[in-house]
Design a protein around this ligand. Structure first.
Ligand SMILES: Cc1cc2nc3c(=O)[nH]c(=O)nc-3n(C[C@H](O)[C@H](O)[C@H](O)COP(=O)(O)OP(=O)(O)OC[C@H]3O[C@@H](n4cnc5c(N)ncnc54)[C@H](O)[C@@H]3O)c2cc1C
Length: 205
């Protein structure tokens, strides 16, 4: 927001569109722009217009999503370690990457304080730090990858809590199991009806 919240005309937006499959590196900016506009036509508002109104000179970059399921690394006899995305790069589909980075930094800082205070030696502290970060990273990367695949499968998205419950506060783990079946949101119902109509039209053509 270069000119502040009262000047939305100066705001800079980062827009992203993602799909599974072909990672064509050779497309030019205008070709990518045409592709995302083509894909935006079937979207709901306001995403549809936000993409379709992109200026013709917009530079559309490609970012492949990659991940690594952490496994023990060579910490040079406890003299170095990894932190953040270097330790557990993951797809952004659960929005947990930075949260884990903060967690890593906080645990590492506490460990360094212990070394500084003579409570632990460096190698032991690094061993303890990695005993937390590696399994925690493994679990989150696997979960984020799984969630990423689910978010790119429309039928699965329709069964997700965002659709079945809407943006309501989540209950705790002890909550009643979700109601199954046709307990879907208005948004999901409209999409299903539209899909059905399109299928009927195609079948009739
Ligand atoms: C689209 C997207 C959405 C996301 N949304 C969320 C979210 O909602 N919630 C969440 O918790 N996380 C989210 N994340 C993840 C989060 O952004 C990352 O987990 C976090 O930024 C990683 O921090 P980092 O410091 O480990 O690495 P980085 O932020 O990648 O920092 C590494 C830095 O090192 C620099 N660097 C690289 N090589 C060298 C070199 N040789 N010499 C010097 N410098 C170098 C890089 O330029 C960079 O500045 C998202 C990520 C993406 C891509």
């Amino acid at each position: 927001m270069p000119d502040g919240p009262d000047h939305p005309e100066s705001w800079i937006f980062h827009m992203a569109m993602a799909w599974l499959g072909d990672a064509n590196n050779k497309m030019s900016y205008p070709e990518r722009l045409a592709l995302i506009k083509e894909r935006a036509v079937g979207m709901g508002e306001p995403a549809r217009s936000a993409f379709l109104w992109l200026p013709d000179d917009t530079e559309v970059h490609k970012a492949d999503i990659s991940f690594w399921i952490p496994k023990p690394w060579d910490n040079r006899n406890g003299r170095m370690s990894l932190i953040g995305d270097a330790a557990h790069p993951m797809p952004p589909y659960r929005g947990q990457g930075l949260n884990h980075c903060i967690c890593d930094a906080s645990y590492l800082l506490a460990g360094i304080s212990e070394v500084h205070g003579g409570v632990k030696d460096l190698a032991t502290m690094i061993k303890d730090y990695e005993a937390d970060i590696i399994p925690r990273g493994q679990e989150e990367v696997k979960c984020s990858v799984e969630n990423g695949y689910m978010l790119h499968d429309w039928k699965k998205v329709e069964t997700s809590p965002v659709f079945t419950r809407g943006f309501k506060p989540m209950e705790g783990h002890d909550a009643e199991p979700e109601k199954k079946g046709e307990d879907i949101s208005e948004h999901a119902r409209v999409h299903r009806e539209r899909d059905t109509e399109e299928n009927i039209t195609v079948a009739a053509a």
